[in-house]
Design a protein around this ligand. Structure first.
Ligand SMILES: [Zn+2]
Ligand SMILES: [Zn+2]
Length: 174
């Protein structure tokens, strides 16, 4: 459940209400063969104030990936804060996903209908917080460029000085 009923918020009369739920990644549009079934833990407070749904809280999820240096499987956590104001366009109309429209200085989320659907917001928040690089540990030594062994696990005696084959010929001449 990634939806908030506005009627609940209106009943609260501007006070924040707590919502905690889990969302499967593929249910919020994050398709991944490996992590699609991972559950995003979301806890947020929401209030309806002057035609705006204000949402604040955080989410976290545990994911599987491959270390970008040694290619070993890694489990890592991802989390982010949530803070957004969704401008409500009106009561009428079918419930629909909100869309981001270019505002004066930044994109703003707007929605119509009696339901605030958060999956698109969560999807974007997830993408923003994805790491550029996954490492099994900060000082991962990676794979040997010569024999391909995992240098965290074995020490090989390869000479990893990168020698271009053309230069190697010249070295022989010298
Ligand atoms: Zn590694
Ligand atoms: Zn080696």
């Amino acid at each position: 459940m990634t939806r908030i009923h506005l009627s609940d918020l209106k009943k609260a009369g501007g006070a924040f209400k707590l919502y905690c739920f889990q969302a499967e990644l593929n249910h919020i549009g994050l398709y991944s063969p490996r992590n699609g079934n991972a559950l995003m833990d979301v806890c947020l407070e929401a209030a309806y104030i002057r035609s705006r749904a204000i949402v604040k809280g955080s989410w976290k999820v545990s994911l599987e990936g491959d270390c970008s240096r040694c290619l070993d499987p890694v489990t890592f956590g991802l989390e982010s804060n949530i803070y957004e104001e969704f401008r409500h366009l009106g009561e009428s109309g079918e419930p629909q996903d909100y869309v981001a429209v270019p505002g004066e200085d930044e994109d703003q989320f707007v929605f119509s209908g009696e339901m605030l659907e958060l999956s698109e917001y969560l999807r974007q928040s997830f993408i923003m917080s994805e790491p550029l690089k996954i490492l099994c540990r900060e000082d991962c030594r990676g794979l040997c460029t010569v024999c391909g062994k995992n240098k965290n696990k074995v020490s090989c005696s390869c000479d990893e000085a990168v020698i271009d084959p053309r230069w190697a010929q010249l070295q022989k001449i010298r």
